[in-house]
Each structure stands twice: as C-alpha cells, then as structure tokens.
Ligand binder design. Structure first.
Ligand SMILES: [Zn+2]
Length: 427
C-alpha cells in the first residue's frame, strides 16, 4: 500500500513538473533589479556620468522601435514613432502622471512590469522615488580625483565630459563634510572619505559603485601608505601629479574604500564591461584586471558585484564567481543585445554558477520621451524571453528538470540578489 502511494505521489509530482509552463511561471516571478538609474531625464543626479559625443550601439539608439512599443504598453501611447510632435504628446502625458502620482509614479511602472525592488545607482536619492522599492548605491570614484586633473581631462573628449563631473561631485562632498578645501594630510583626507561613506550608509546605501573603468585600468596595485602620503603632501595644494604617481595614489584610496566597505557591510559594485564613448579603453577596462583584488582573501568579507557581466569577456567572467563573494550582474546586456544573443550568454552562466548571477536592467533615461520607464520595460521583456528560451533548451536536452529550471529562474530574477543584500526571498 505504502509503495503504491509512493508511486502515485511520484507520478503526480512528475505530472505537475511536466505541466510547468516556464514562460508563464517566469512572468510571475517578482523581479529584483540589481542595477539601474531610475529618474527623470532632467534630473542630473540620475548618474555620475554624462554621455560624451560618439557612436551609439544599434539597439541603444533612441529611434529603436522597441522603445515605442514600451511607451505604448506603459502609457497607452497612441503613435508608432517618436516624431517630434508625437514625442511631445508622451512628454506631456508623463508630466501629468508625475504631477498626479508623485512618489507612486515609478511604483506604478514597477507594478505593471512585476518588478518588486530596484537598486538605484545614483549620485543622490530624490524625494520622488519610494525608498521602500528603490535601494540606493552611491558612486565613490570622485574620491580618486582630488588633485589637478588637467592631464587626465585633456586626454580626449570622453574625459573632458567625465572629469569635470567627478570634480563637481568631490566639491559637493567636501561641502557636505563642512570643508572648503582638501584636508591638510592624507589621514584627514581618508577620515573625510570615511565620513561621507558613514553618512551614505545612514542614508540607506547598500553598496558603493566604481565606474573607474571609464578613467583608468581596473588593475589596482597595493602601495604603501608612506608613498601615498608623500604624493598627497606634494599635490593637495596644487600641481599636476605625474600619471604614475596619481595612479599609485588612487590605488591606495581604492584599498581604503574596500576596507571601509568591509567595515560598513557595503557591497562593492564595479562597472566591468565595455562602456559608452569612443575612447573607452577595452584593455584597461577588462574585468580580468580585477582578478588580484577579487581573489584576495583579505577581502573575503566584501561582496563584489561585476556589473554588466564583464562584457565582451562574458566567457571568462563567470569563473571569477567561483569565489564565494563574487557575483555577476547581467544589467545593460539585455538592453544592448537582442534576446537571441543574450540567451547564450545567460545559458552559459546559469549552467556554471547559477546562484551567482543577478538580473539587472541598467535602465536610464535616454531622453524626455524614451525614459527609464521604457528601459525597465525593455529590460524585463528581453530578459524573460532569453531566460525562458535558455531554460527550455536545457530542459529539452535533459540537463534540468522543469522544477530545477524554475528554481534557477527565481534565483536569477530575484532571490540571488535578495540573499546578497539580506532582503526577503520569494515566499
Ligand atoms: Zn549603470
């Protein structure tokens, strides 16, 4: 009798498994978006970056018709293009909704897309984002640029765009700390840096973000404090540091920031892929440059998140996640790559270390018409499609049961990130 019952239960179980419709189940998974830049197009705190002039990858161009589909789905946009007059309708509609809905404006977008939580990588958090849904990750690169940056700025038009923003941000942080100029010693400078991190932590920050790949190599050496002290003493009152000395000083401050992240239980996010701008240096920005830091046992208590999956080094990057404290985030890739190209990336990652891969969108406002709202739509639609197809293939080749495939989907879209930040898992 017992055996019969067992057989019946197993049969019922496998029948239920066979009937799991992955597409439908994946739609139902509430999403935890590990990385994006939510906000209005005219809000300069949305990002610490700005777009330099230069080429834009095909799918990221504002004339991408998929963005029109997003506006139609989210705002009942009645047109099929973003011509000037048509876009004006959308801008007006969004303005009305922002006025009516206030803090609920972005919440409503998330609800429509079944996004539960969003990690907002922003300079500061605005009133209009609901802090229950939007968690904050501030930038820390400004602390790497306290000296005269003339030489870096004049390197090319990208740095001419980026460096003044870093300088402006550092000024803002100095005044936040009640300082009119750089402190007199390296120790005092490090205390200032730590003070800002403390304030950010109190204001709800869950991680710090480096976009260092836009300015320099991701290889960070491990210099002596005495060397950094000397450089600081030389240049904090003025003068352009030789490139090698500036880099060495930055390496030292970088190490301080990692130690502070450990003290404050903040995760550390890196821009780890190719970036915008025609001068982005692929060699310097290669995620493998971080290997000495990621595999350093001194940082065992720091959780590292490699944003944008080290692309185009996505084959190598997953092997960095062998370390228990290293995670891979797929943001930007589901916007840059069409689902048919994103699917093989995801399928490969999820068959190596599935519990270490995080969904992220990298949603940001293209312009007033095609906003972060449309990007959230594009990100979730693309990721769900690629994920469903990748898992369906793995089920078909008998690598996974449908239950295991569904568990992996839940991990990728929600639970891996929730676990990392100590947030509630899907019930
Ligand atoms: Zn981003």
């Amino acid at each position: 009798m017992k055996r019969l019952l067992c057989t019946l239960l197993i049969a019922a179980g496998s029948l239920a498994a066979q009937t799991i419709d992955l597409a439908k189940e994946i739609d139902r998974i509430p999403i935890f978006d590990n990385h994006s830049h939510p906000g209005y197009a005219d809000d300069s705190d949305v990002d610490a970056m700005a777009s330099p002039p230069g080429s834009t990858a095909f799918r990221l161009r504002p004339d991408n018709p998929e963005l029109v589909a997003a506006s139609r789905a989210l705002f009942e946009y009645p047109f099929r293009d973003f011509s000037f007059e048509h876009a004006a309708w959308l801008v007006k509609r969004k303005a009305e909704l922002k006025q009516q809905e206030g803090q609920q404006y972005f919440d409503r977008i998330l609800d429509r897309l079944n996004i539960e939580t969003v990690v907002a990588n922003r300079v500061a958090m605005p009133q209009y984002l609901d802090r229950k849904r939007f968690l904050w990750v501030p930038f820390v690169d400004s602390f790497l640029f306290p000296f005269d940056n003339r030489e870096i700025r004049e390197r090319n038009v990208d740095e001419q765009t980026y460096i003044p923003l870093q300088e402006k941000k550092l000024k803002r942080e100095l005044s936040q700390a009640g300082l009119k100029e750089l402190p007199n010693s390296l120790d005092a400078y490090l205390r200032f840096v730590s003070g800002i991190l403390d304030q950010n932590r109190k204001a709800g920050a869950i991680a710090i973000k480096f976009e260092a790949a836009y300015f320099r190599s991701l290889h960070f050496s491990d210099p002596d404090k005495a060397q950094a002290q000397q450089i600081y003493a030389h240049f904090h009152k003025g003068g352009v540091p030789p490139a090698a000395e500036y880099t060495l000083f930055q390496d030292f401050v970088f190490r301080h920031l990692l130690n502070e992240a450990a003290r404050l239980h903040l995760a550390v996010h890196f821009h780890s892929s190719v970036g915008i701008g025609d001068f982005f240096n692929l060699h310097d920005g290669n995620v493998l440059n971080l290997e000495n830091v990621l595999r350093d046992p001194r940082y065992d208590s720091v959780n590292f998140v490699l944003l944008h999956g080290g692309f185009p080094h996505d084959r190598e990057v997953i092997w960095l996640a062998a370390r228990k404290n290293v995670y891979i985030d797929s943001s930007f890739l589901e916007l840059l790559l069409y689902p048919s190209e994103f699917k093989p990336v995801l399928k490969y990652w999820l068959t190596i270390f599935p519990e270490k891969v995080l969904y992220g969108s990298d949603a940001f406002p293209f312009n007033e018409a095609a906003g972060a709202e449309e990007c959230y739509w594009l990100g979730v639609h693309s990721a769900r499609k690629a994920l469903t197809e990748a898992l369906d293939e793995l089920v078909a080749e008998k690598a996974l049961t449908r239950e295991r495939a569904l568990a992996i989907a839940r991990g990728y879209l929600h639970d891996n990130a929730a676990r990392l930040y100590g947030r509630p898992l899907i019930p």
